[in-house]
Design a binder for this molecule. Structure first.
Ligand code: MG
Length: 394
């Protein structure tokens, strides 16, 4: 069942700004689009925020050449903003798109793909208490200061030094006041120093040395090694499998809604909800994997208040139930059985929609369709059925 923590998380209403405007001069080409263990660094950074129910908005600033790839991968889950000349200019462009009721804004480097949801959560929660917070680790090397790079001027006391990372988090009001006060600050390496200069208290949240920023080719090798270590840990987690099945009558006078999108067809699926046979089968598969009943338990067909609801709400509830069990949807495979319409032309749109609704990378979403060879009620075009298998990590 849904836990209180889980429900609170979905209502947190945080906003993420992921800054990925770097020209990547030290890497030769834009580092954020380089593949890290088979997936672009920037995609991996976004994945962490896209999977957290606390974030109701994610804005990504990058150069226009990456827009199509990002839109194709994340669709409506992210908003795109053009990167500015400096990090601060990019942040200002993105901040203009942050919802006015956001309770916290997390500003993250697109080149820090190893950030964890637990760290993001800790820093945002600290920011809500103090106004601003940054993740940081104690500095291990002795630091020398020198303006000319030839002669040492001073050696700051190491015990007082912390290396700042991201996400740097703020209440919306703190960040708004900081950006207004330093509208012309030029290039700064992080915006928390402006919040300090504006007189705001900035808290430190102790972070991990693994939350590295990918700046040089050597960093890619380190990140790959850290990820391999992480996947060994992940492999020790339990994978569970569930199956789901659903069937709805196909009738005239209703829109045909499958996988959350409306397909052009003269008939639609009859149901208490919008009749989305694909979402129902996937949700039942996901709930089945953790033995948490089926969607009818959470949305009884006898409840008149939910008549005609979008099945996207059922999918959202299913994700909350999974999260409440400490589980995460990892992969789905869907087979639709329909005589008509032909679904092949819609495969890409259906997969994209499923990946958005279930917050899964598209490579973990499979959908295909079979006909019923003209046999039986499905073959006569009187119904559409759907089978689904879900893999869940617990
Ligand atoms: Mg159904």
């Amino acid at each position: 069942m849904q836990s209180k923590t889980d429900s609170a998380r979905a209502k947190a209403n945080w906003a993420a700004v992921i800054v990925a405007g770097g020209s990547g001069t030290r890497m030769g080409r834009p580092k954020q689009m380089l593949p890290l263990a088979g997936r672009a660094v920037l995609f991996r950074s976004i994945d962490v925020f896209a999977a957290m129910p606390e974030f109701s908005s994610i804005t990504v600033t990058t150069s226009g050449e990456n827009f199509a790839a990002l839109d194709n991968e994340f669709g409506s889950r992210i908003t795109l903003a053009e990167a500015g000349q400096t990090r601060l200019a990019s942040l200002k462009n993105a901040f203009a798109l942050v919802p006015s009721d956001a309770r916290a804004v997390a500003v993250h480097d697109g080149a820090r793909p190893l950030v964890t949801a637990a760290l993001v959560r800790s820093v945002c929660e600290a920011a809500i208490k103090t106004g601003a917070a940054v993740p940081a680790v104690p500095v291990n090397d002795t630091i020398k200061s020198s303006r000319d790079g030839k002669m040492v001027e001073a050696t700051p006391e190491r015990a007082t030094l912390w290396a700042a990372q991201t996400p740097q988090c703020y209440t919306r009001e703190t960040l708004c006041a900081t950006l207004e006060r330093f509208a012309d600050a030029g290039d700064v390496s992080d915006e928390s120093q402006l919040a300090e200069r504006a007189g705001f208290a900035v808290a430190i949240v102790k972070s991990s040395y693994e939350n590295i920023k990918i700046t040089t080719p050597q960093d890619m090798a380190v990140a790959e090694a850290l990820m391999q270590d992480g996947s060994k840990k992940a492999a020790r987690l339990t994978m569970r499998v569930g199956m789901g099945y659903d069937l709805h009558r196909l009738v005239a006078g209703r829109p045909l809604i499958m996988a959350g999108i409306t397909l052009p067809h003269g008939k639609g699926l009859l149901g208490h909800s919008d009749g989305d046979v694909v979402l129902h089968a996937v949700c039942d598969a996901a709930l089945g994997a953790i033995a948490a009943g089926e969607i009818g338990v959470y949305f009884p067909p006898t409840d008149v208040t939910i008549m005609g609801i979008s099945s996207r709400a059922i999918a959202e509830k299913t994700l909350e139930v999974l999260s409440g069990h400490g589980a995460r949807l990892a992969q789905i495979d869907v087979t639709v059985i329909a005589e008509e319409p032909k679904l092949l032309p819609h495969y890409a749109a259906l997969r994209k929609s499923l990946s958005e609704i279930f917050r899964l990378p598209q490579e973990q979403v499979s959908l295909k369709a079979k006909s019923s060879e003209g046999l039986g009620h499905i073959g006569r075009g009187e119904a559409i059925a759907c089978h689904a298998i879900a893999v869940v990590q617990v």
